[in-house]
Design a binder for this molecule. Structure first.
Ligand SMILES: [Zn+2]
Length: 254
C-alpha cells in the first residue's frame, strides 16, 4: 500500500460546507520498481503501466474513492485551468477545479510543487482544486489564477495543502530564470522565491502567493532533491517517478 507522507480533512467552517479529504504521497509503499520505486503515480514517465495503475488505485484509496474516479492532468507549465466534472486526464492544464462529489483531483510533481485548495462557499458545497507549479507556473501565476477561479465560483474562505518540492539551495538556475521571477511576480513573491543566491525556491514563492491571497496553508514534505529515499526528484535522477497530492469530497462521508 502507498504510504502517505501526510493525510487529513478540511473540516466544514460554513453551513453548506462538506469536508474534503486529502493525502500527500512520496516514494514509499507502492508497486513500482527500479527507478520508479515504489509509489510512482505517473503513467507518462516510462514506468510499467500495471504498477502505476495499482499505485493510482491505492492513491484513490487514501481518500476512500475508487481509482476510476480520478481526475489527472498533463501539465504544460502554464496557467490554464481545467474545470472537471468527470474522471479522466485533462491535457494542457496545470490546474483542475471541481465541485463534484467522489472525484479525486490529483496534482503530481518531482521537484515542482503539487498543491490542493479547498474553497468554502457558505451555503453551498465547497469548490476544490489541484495545481502543479514549477518555476514557469510561478511566473505564469497558475496558483493565483486558480484562486481567482475558485472565487469566481463563489469561494469565500480558501485553505490549501502544499506538497514536497525542491528547495532553493538545490535548484540553482541560469540568471535569466531568476530575472523572469523578479520581473513577473509581486515583490513579496519574488523576495521569497529568490531568497537563496543563484536559485529559485518555487515552494516559498507559491506560499507567498497563497499568503497574498489570504489562503492558509499546510506544508508537507521536505526538499525532494535532498531526500532520495522518500521523494522523487527529477533534477537528481532524471529517470524517476512522480509523487503527488489528492483531494476529494465524498458523497458518503462515512
Ligand atoms: Zn534542497
Amino acid at each position: 500500500m502507498i504510504l502517505p507522507l501526510a493525510s487529513g480533512v478540511f473540516a466544514p467552517v460554513a453551513p453548506g460546507d462538506r469536508p474534503a479529504f486529502w493525502a500527500v504521497t512520496g516514494r514509499l509503499g507502492g508497486h513500482s520498481t527500479g527507478d520508479y520505486s515504489q509509489a510512482n503515480i505517473s503513467q507518462n514517465v516510462g514506468d510499467d503501466p500495471g504498477s502505476v495503475s495499482r499505485n493510482l488505485e491505492e492513491l484513490a484509496g487514501l481518500v476512500q474513492i475508487q481509482g476510476r474516479n480520478l481526475a489527472l492532468m498533463q501539465p504544460i507549465h502554464g496557467k490554464s485551468i481545467g474545470p472537471v466534472a468527470q474522471p479522466g486526464t485533462v491535457p494542457g492544464v496545470d490546474s483542475l477545479v471541481s465541485d463534484q462529489f467522489d472525484l479525486g483531483l490529483v496534482a503530481m510533481g518531482a521537484d515542482c510543487v503539487p498543491l490542493i485548495l479547498y474553497g468554502s462557499r457558505g451555503n453551498e458545497k465547497p469548490v476544490i482544486g489541484a495545481v502543479h507549479c514549477g518555476w514557469k507556473g510561478l511566473v505564469a501565476g497558475v496558483v493565483t489564477a486558480t484562486i481567482t477561479e475558485l472565487r469566481l465560483q463563489g469561494a469565500r474562505e480558501i485553505r490549501s495543502v502544499v506538497g514536497p518540492a525542491i528547495c532553493g539551495s538545490c535548484y540553482s538556475v541560469a540568471p535569466d530564470r531568476r530575472e523572469s521571477v523578479r520581473t513577473s511576480t509581486p515583490a513579496d513573491v519574488s523576495v521569497a522565491a529568490l531568497s537563496v543566491s543563484g536559485g529559485i525556491d518555487v515552494r516559498a514563492g507559491v506560499l507567498a502567493q497563497l499568503a497574498r491571497e489570504s489562503v492558509s496553508s499546510i506544508v508537507v514534505g521536505e526538499c525532494t532533491f535532498e531526500n532520495p529515499e522518500t521523494l522523487f526528484s527529477y533534477r537528481k535522477n532524471r529517470k524517476t517517478g512522480r509523487q503527488g497530492i489528492i483531494i476529494t469530497m465524498r458523497e458518503n462521508q462515512e
